[in-house]
Design a protein. Sequence first.
Length: 375
Amino acid sequence: MSISYFSFPTRIIFGPGAIQQLGPAATELGCKRPLFVTDRGIIASGLVDRVLNRAQIPVEIFDEVDSNPVENNVVQGVGRFKDASCDSIVAMGGGSPIDVAKAIALMATHEPPMEQYDDKIDGGKFIRPIIPPIIAIPTTAGTGSEVGRSTVITLNSNRRKTVIFSPNLMPKVALCDPKLTLGLPPKLTAATGMDALTHCVEAYLAKGYHPMCDAIALHGIKLVAQSLRRAVQSGNDLEARTNMLMAASMGAVAFQKGLGATHSLAHPLSTIAGLHHGLANAIMLPYVLDFNQSLVAERLSDIAYAMMGDRNRSVIEFISALNRDLGIPAHLSEVGVKQDQIPAMVEQAFEDACHLLNPRPVTKEDLERLYRAAL
């Protein structure tokens, strides 16, 4: 067996009221003037003001973050970080602000261009442990970026979602307060929740040796199966929201093992077709599981047991039924994806590094067939 490398260092402060620990956490890390990275929706909600009034720390607010983050967001953030003489970063929001925060921290301390850090070319080896400290505060239960070591940004040079991966990008502290996710709209709850599920499922099926990630992925799957419907149907169900926030963090910890073809197919659906990442994952996941199932039958039975307590039931049928219950369509055409977008998406999907650990190797032709099957 080859040597494996594991990293689980993020300090997690989890539970209702965890956000009250922002001030002490910033003080403990020596954060004198953080760049506060968020988006305009979070600003408009008044949540940032409430958090900062309690924390009593001086910050420079940066909210120029797109829903599917692009390199220009990072460039602007680096400029603000340097102009305001910031020494640290607080990121608050869904995966987009937290991913942008990580990329700002990277490019504020490392030389451009960003594409040299692409995981596909093992660019993480160039990322040094000089990243300013990051405190992450998730307001959705999906990407788990608050505990993950990756950032996903659409770069100017290739116009594709590019994964940058390094333990040095992990936030120092994650403040996971499920109260911040109460009342999240049902559609967004569903899409982000299916993102968390996809992370857990693909991580468990990914090639490679990582029993710790495997165990975490299976429990994350169990939590989603128990709680996502409830979180969508009753937005103020604190127990369901708590379970989903934990499942999201567990999914991101688990996928340091790797992901799969679902993510490679989903990334171009965002950059080219404009889909929310979680929605793209939700639609594509059953098709990719069908493609993979001949090689992962035993692992699918483990997932079935985690989901349903029965190894003999179909994971694909469970996920398809879950999508229906959540109001997620079964086909890409139902969310505006066009047949003439497929060739460009295939090219981007094949260049995406996530499929390299898919349990069944994929060709461009396979990716095209999967898109057309899902259309």
